[in-house]
Design a binder for this molecule. Structure first.
Ligand code: ADP
Length: 398
C-alpha cells in the first residue's frame, strides 16, 4: 500500500471521527473544503474511474471551460464539484463527498453539512441493503422462471413425442391390415389356410387399434376431469375373485399359475365397479405378461389394513427397476419407454389405473419385493361414504 493511500485513509477516518463527535455536540467543527491541488483530484478520479475515463472527462471539462491544467495546477470549487459528481456515480454521494474532503485544502465544513453526509451515508447503506435483497429476490424469480420454462419445454417435447408415438402406433396395425386385406382381395386363388391366417391377423390388429384408441380417450377423460365415477356398493373381494377367474384361461394357455388369497370378509364399499375391474385387468394382465416364461406364477393377495383394502399383485418375472418405479405410472414416460423397447400393449394401462385409484381416494405404487419379480400394490378406502366420493378428481402430476 502506498503512502498516499494511507494518507487518504487517515483523512477519511478523521472525517468520520469528527463527524460523529460533531453529532454528539462535543467538539467544534474542524472539517474543511475549498480548492484542491489538481494532481490530487486527478489521482482520486484515477483510482475510482480508471486512467482512461479520467483523462477523457478531464480533457472534455478543460475544453468546455477553457482550462489548461498545466497552467492551472489548482482545482477550484467548480472542478471539485464536477469531480465529486463523477465520483458519486461510481461510489455513491456520501463516499464521494468524503473522498473529496480528503484532498481539498481545508476550509471549514458546517455542522449541517457533516450531518448531511452522515445521513446520506446511512441512506446509501440502506439502499444498498435493499438493493441486495431485491437482487436476491430477482435472482430467485429468474431461477424459478428458468425452471418453469424448462419444465414447459420438457412437457411440450413429451407431448409431441406422445402424439408421434400414438400416431405411429395407429399407423403400424393400419398398414398391416391394409396390406393383408389387399393380398386377400387380389388373390382369389389363395389357399384357405393362408386366407384364414391373414384374416386372423387383421382381427388382432383391429383389436389392438380399438384398445389403443379407447385407452387414449380414457386417459384424456381422466386428465381433463370429464370422467365421472358411477358409484355403487361393491363387494371388492368378489370382484377380485371374478376377475382372477376370467384370467384363468389365459394363464393356463401361457402355462402360468394364477391364484388369489382374499382374507374374508372384506367390507363392501362405494366404488365404480367397472373402473376397479379395469385396474385389476390391467395389473393382472401385466403380471401374466411379465412373469417368467417357464413356471410363470402370478398371485394376488387382498386384506384389510386399518381403514383400507390393500391389494397386491405379485409375479415372478424380472420385476421393475427401482429407477422406474415412479415413472411407469407416467403416460409420457411409458410411451417414451415404449418407443425404445416396443413391448406389446398401449403403455397407458398404469397411467389409467393410477387415475382410477386416485379418483377413489386410494394409492397405487410399486412395492419393494426382495423375492424378485414385480409387486404392485394399491389401497382403496373401505369406509368412505358415497358423498365423500362425489366430486373426486384424479390427481394430475404437475
Ligand atoms: P403396457 O401396455 O406397456 O403394459 P402399462 O402402463 O400397463 O403399459 O405398463 C407400463 C410399463 O411398466 C410396461 O411397459 C412395463 O415396462 C412395466 N411393467 C408393468 N407391469 C410390470 C410387471 N408386472 N413386471 C415388469 N414390468 C412391468
Amino acid at each position: 500500500m502506498n503512502l498516499e493511500a494511507t494518507q487518504e485513509e487517515e483523512n477519511q477516518a478523521t472525517l468520520f471521527v469528527k463527524a460523529s463527535s460533531l453529532l454528539s455536540g462535543n467538539e467544534a467543527p474542524e472539517i474543511y473544503r475549498g480548492s484542491a491541488p489538481f494532481p490530487d483530484i486527478k489521482s482520486l478520479l484515477n483510482n475510482f474511474l480508471g486512467n482512461e475515463r479520467t483523462e477523457k472527462v478531464l480533457d472534455r471539462y478543460a475544453r468546455l471551460n477553457n482550462i489548461d491544467w498545466s497552467v492551472s495546477p489548482t482545482a477550484d470549487s467548480r472542478v471539485i464539484s464536477y469531480a465529486e459528481r463523477l465520483l458519486s456515480e461510481a461510489i455513491g454521494p456520501a463516499s464521494a463527498k468524503i473522498m473529496i474532503s480528503s484532498v481539498v485544502q481545508r476550509e471549514e465544513l458546517s455542522r449541517s453539512e457533516v450531518l448531511g453526509i452522515l445521513e446520506e451515508s446511512q441512506k446509501v447503506l440502506r439502499l444498498n441493503r435493499e438493493l441486495s435483497t431485491r437482487s436476491e429476490e430477482l435472482r430467485k424469480a429468474t431461477e424459478d422462471l428458468r425452471q418453469a420454462n424448462y419444465k414447459l419445454q420438457e412437457l411440450t417435447e413429451l407431448k409431441d413425442e406422445f402424439l408421434y408415438t400414438v400416431t405411429h402406433e395407429l399407423r403400424t396395425p393400419l398398414t398391416a391390415i391394409r396390406t393383408q386385406s389387399e393380398l386377400v382381395h387380389d388373390d382369389p386363388e389363395m389357399p384357405e389356410e393362408d386366407r384364414q391366417r391373414f384374416i386372423g391377423n387383421m382381427v388382432q390388429d383391429c383389436e389392438r387399434l380399438t384398445r389403443l384408441i379407447s385407452n387414449v380417450l380414457d386417459l384424456e377423460k381422466f386428465e381433463s376431469g370429464s370422467q365421472k365415477l358411477s358409484l355403487n356398493r361393491v363387494d371388492l373381494g368378489q370382484l377380485i375373485e371374478d376377475t382372477v377367474t376370467q384370467f384363468q384361461a389365459l394363464a393356463a394357455k401361457k402355462g402360468h399359475s394364477l391364484r388369489c388369497e382374499i382374507s374374508a370378509p372384506l367390507t363392501a364399499t362405494y366404488a365404480d365397479e367397472d373402473r376397479i375391474a379395469q385396474v385389476l385387468h390391467n395389473l393382472i394382465g401385466n403380471a401374466l405378461k411379465h412373469a417368467r416364461h417357464d413356471n410363470g406364477a402370478v398371485w394376488i393377495t387382498a386384506y384389510r389394513l386399518d381403514q383400507d383394502l390393500k391389494v397386491n399383485i405379485h409375479d415372478n418375472g424380472n420385476g421393475i427397476p427401482l429407477s422406474d418405479r415412479e415413472l411407469v405410472f407416467d403416460k409420457f414416460y411409458q410411451v417414451r419407454n415404449q418407443t425404445r423397447r416396443k413391448p406389446s400393449g398401449s403403455g397407458l394401462g398404469l397411467a389409467i389405473s393410477k387415475n382410477i385409484i386416485q379418483m377413489h381416494k386410494g394409492k397405487i405404487w410399486i412395492e419393494d419385493n426382495p423375492g424378485g419379480g414385480a409387486k404392485i400394490s394399491f389401497t382403496l378406502p373401505l369406509y368412505l361414504q358415497e358423498a365423500q366420493m362425489k366430486n373426486s378428481k384424479p390427481h394430475i402430476d404437475a
